[in-house]
Design a binder for this molecule. Structure first.
Ligand SMILES: Nc1ncnc2c1ncn2[C@@H]1O[C@H](COP(=O)(O)OP(=O)(O)OP(=O)(O)O)[C@@H](O)[C@H]1O
Ligand SMILES: [Mg+2]
Length: 337
């Protein structure tokens, strides 16, 4: 079976700004490789999360897949069509939503319905089919009340739902969603994520979803590719990622008044379930201490009561999730082991 997406050595370089010069120059020395020979295969029907910090190259990679940017080297097949040789076919097989540009990818002075009609025409959807599909979209995304209003009057959530309808208007088998939940409030983000799950699980769409929020990708995706500095650092599944995160969970404790740091560390190290005291810093009048434990839920009440017994004034005690960067460091060092 052919893959939904297959990239081969996909590479993009951008001219870099040089200190003292106004314009970025295209001299050989000043080029920065932003996507570095990426080869990845996404099978049909997969929900892939592309996770990485700001500037990792996620957007650049996805823009090449949707034919908005030309690669400097390598190529990719989208549903079997070459992005360099058959860009129109590629666009017909892919729906692209770029969260950062938000509602700007819709025409603000047109109604939602007119936007959908326009995009259907641009995607060469036959008129009769477009008509039926637009009606289906309106009902599916619950747009009945707003669809004939100008887009500029929509709330962010309504814009996102209309954008999703636009993305799907030509019924593409593959969706590229570049940070689609950016700028949404928590409730709207949850609702939007529900749509993505349905699109993948029930309608069988292949989805590539970029984000720098670990929990979001973990919740949605069956496969997670972690990208940094233009390369794929790790290709894993949510289960392995959460195991890794759990391994690094720490408990952060704030203690009021200056304390004897050495005595505090010694006292904590002797408490059952404490693996390591990683950090104790004084930020007068608070001492902050970070503790690695075997099981944070068990350790939390034990630590609180033991510290209380010894007379420490605990002002806060909470589980601290590792940052994406910490998980990356762990993953890359693991890879080298
Ligand atoms: N048109 C451009 N010209 C020059 N440099 C660019 C251009 N587009 C992107 N870059 C640079 O390429 C690098 C990767 O950017 P990209 O937008 O792909 O990252 P990203 O992983 O999507 O980050 P974010 O999480 O912030 O969206 C960044 O250093 C960025 O400044
Ligand atoms: Mg981006």
């Amino acid at each position: 079976m052919k893959a939904a997406i297959l990239t081969q050595g996909l590479t993009k370089r951008f001219p870099q700004k040089v200190k003292g010069k106004k314009e970025a120059t295209r001299g050989k020395k000043n080029m920065k490789t932003v996507v570095d020979r990426i080869t990845i295969e996404v099978p049909n029907g997969q929900f892939l999360g592309l996770l990485g910090p700001n500037g990792a190259g996620k957007t650049t990679l996805t823009k090449m897949l949707v034919t908005l940017l030309l690669p400097d080297e390598g190529t990719a097949l989208v549903n079997g069509y070459d992005i360099l040789k058959e860009p129109a076919k590629v666009r017909g097989n892919i729906g692209h939503l770029h969260g950062e540009t938000g509602g700007r990818s819709l025409y603000w002075r047109l109604s939602g319905r007119d936007n959908l009609k326009l995009f259907a025409t641009l995607q060469e959807v036959p008129k009769e089919i477009a008509k039926k599909r637009i009606e289906a979209m309106i009902s599916y995304f619950e747009l009945e009340k707003i669809i004939d209003r100008e887009v500029r009057k929509y709330s962010t959530g309504e814009k996102v739902r209309t954008m999703l309808a636009r993305t799907l208007i030509h019924n593409p088998p593959i969706l590229i969603l570049d940070e689609p939940t950016i700028g949404l409030d928590a409730a709207t983000a949850v609702e939007t994520r529900k749509f993505f799950t349905i699109l993948n699980r029930e309608l069988g769409k292949t989805i590539v979803f970029t984000s720098h929020v670990m929990s979001e990708v973990e919740e949605l995706c069956e496969r997670i590719a972690i990208m940094d500095k233009g390369i794929i650092l790790a290709d894993t599944d949510p289960h392995s990622l959460s195991a890794l995160v759990k391994e690094q969970q720490k408990i952060l404790i704030h203690i009021l008044n200056m304390v004897d740091k050495k005595a505090l560390i010694k006292y904590l190290e002797d408490i059952e379930g404490v693996k390591e005291v990683v950090l104790a810093v004084e930020r007068s009048p608070i001492t902050e201490v970070s503790v690695v434990v075997e099981d944070e839920l068990k350790a939390l009440p034990i630590l609180a009561s033991k510290l209380g017994e010894a007379g420490y004034k605990v002002t806060s005690i909470e589980v601290e999730e590792p940052t994406l960067e910490e998980a990356f460091i762990k993953l890359t060092t693991k890879k080298r082991e």
